[in-house]
Write a protein that binds this ligand. Structure first.
Ligand code: NAP
Length: 275
């Protein structure tokens, strides 16, 4: 019987996971299909009952369900538990396991450009679900992390929690304080380009402060060339666009579900065609 996978989100239509995963299934001759589960919040509980009893073998989980999904799962992997969010579910005969592979995708995208992250000074903009996963991955790899967020209380909460978890000093501030930021790597992990599409670079960081970083990554992939990526490219910085994290976390999901290495070139091509 054809195995079913899909993305659980609301809305889900903008997701590019289906094109990547379906291309990978086809290339490896796997009898599986990846669809969209666009489920409103008041139908989530019923949907999760259905997942357990009907043959839905795995889920990608996106906004707004990465945190609330935890209460519907039977086992949560240590990384996902520490991050406090799940972006991948595996259904083993009705037993639901939760994982977070967002951080693996982000770390791989970074390491292929800058090598080891140990000791690197990294500034993260944002303190939402994606920023949490990325900061966790960075600290696990031994980077020195500073977090800036529009709502400074969220940045402070995250910095305190991870300072305690990793036994290091995680600095924090508001977006209004990024003019003094500096370091090796800057990571844009807010949804600013999506929630306020007329936003400018200066709403996040000044050109002068941007100039103090060597590598600039933006995890937003719609648009792919964000105002930050464009400005960083003009300054001659090494840039990492959001499709890299998306691709590498998608490959991790494929590996968890199917138990085989994901076909990177097939998935990359499928993604590029649809961006
Ligand atoms: P989230 O949990 O909703 O967090 C949103 C973050 O963006 C918060 O830090 C929020 O700040 C900030 N923000 C929103 N609008 C803003 C604005 N106008 N100005 C400044 N800051 C603003 O979302 P998330 O899951 O972390 O996702 C963040 C973005 O990353 C989304 O665009 C998502 O599509 C993208 N993403 C990409 C990948 C990938 O694989 N490339 C993976 C995951 C997520 P406040 O706390 O002040 O509200």
């Amino acid at each position: 019987m054809t195995k079913q996978y899909g993305i659980l989100a609301y809305p889900a239509k903008h997701s590019l996971s289906a094109v990547m995963q379906n291309a990978a299934f086809k290339a490896l001759g796997i009898d599986a299909q990846y669809g969209l589960f666009e489920i409103p919040e008041n139908e989530l509980a019923d949907f999760m009952k259905q997942v357990r009893h009907e043959p839905i073998s795995g889920l990608s989980v996106s906004l707004p369900y990465k945190q609330v999904i935890l209460e519907y799962l039977d086992e949560i992997h240590e990384d996902a538990r520490k991050i406090g969010a799940v972006n991948t579910v595996m259904n083993n005969g009705g037993f639901l396991h939760g994982y977070n592979v967002d951080f693996i995708g982000a770390i791989r995208a970074l390491e292929e450009v800058c090598g080891s992250l140990k000791g690197k000074r990294v500034t993260v903009l944002g303190a939402g679900g994606a920023a949490r996963a990325i900061c966790y991955g960075l600290l696990k790899e031994g980077a020195k992390v500073s977090i800036y967020n529009r709502d400074v209380e969220m940045a402070e909460k995250l910095a305190r929690e991870f300072s305690e978890m990793f036994g290091v000093d995680v600095k924090y501030g508001s977006l209004g304080e990024t003019s003094k930021a500096s370091g090796d790597i800057l990571i844009q992990a807010t949804s600013i380009w999506m929630t306020a599409s007329d936003s400018k670079l200066e709403d996040l960081i000044s050109l002068e402060a941007l100039g103090r970083f060597d590598i600039v990554m933006d995890i937003v992939y719609v648009p792919l060339k964000t105002p930050l990526i464009k400005a960083a490219a003009e300054l001659g910085k090494k840039i990492i666009t959001g499709d890299k994290m998306l691709l590498y976390q998608g490959m991790e999901q494929f590996k968890l579900w199917i138990g085989k290495e994901a076909p990177i070139q097939v998935m990359r091509n499928a993604l590029e065609k649809n961006l």
